[in-house]
Write a protein that binds this ligand. Sequence first.
Ligand SMILES: [Zn+2]
Ligand SMILES: [Zn+2]
Length: 119
Amino acid sequence: MGRKLDLSGLTDDEAEHVLKVVQRDMKLRKKEEERLSEMKQELAEEGSRCSILSKQHRFNEHCCIRCCAPFTFLFNPKRQCLDCQFNVCKTCCTYSKRDRAWLCSACQKGRLRKPWLRG
Ligand SMILES: [Zn+2]
Ligand SMILES: [Zn+2]
């Protein structure tokens, strides 16, 4: 017989105890790994402008990017600006017949300042 872990020689109570110790050890190790990966993730998020933007987009799912008014299904439906792709409320955008799309106030002003971009 080798010296491998053999639980058959233990009583039920002893075997259970050994199993519990092993399980607790595994759990602790898993927790530590999770904690480390969370920390890594946080650090990566801090440094990346992309994630900040994506958060802004998430915010933008519910609120107008220009005036921060919350969208409501009936009274303040969200519309996506053709140029910046952000969601804006109806008071912050105008319909461009030429583009057949909505333009937010900021992008509309931007277009007026660049007349060469207009058709
Ligand atoms: Zn708005
Ligand atoms: Zn826009």
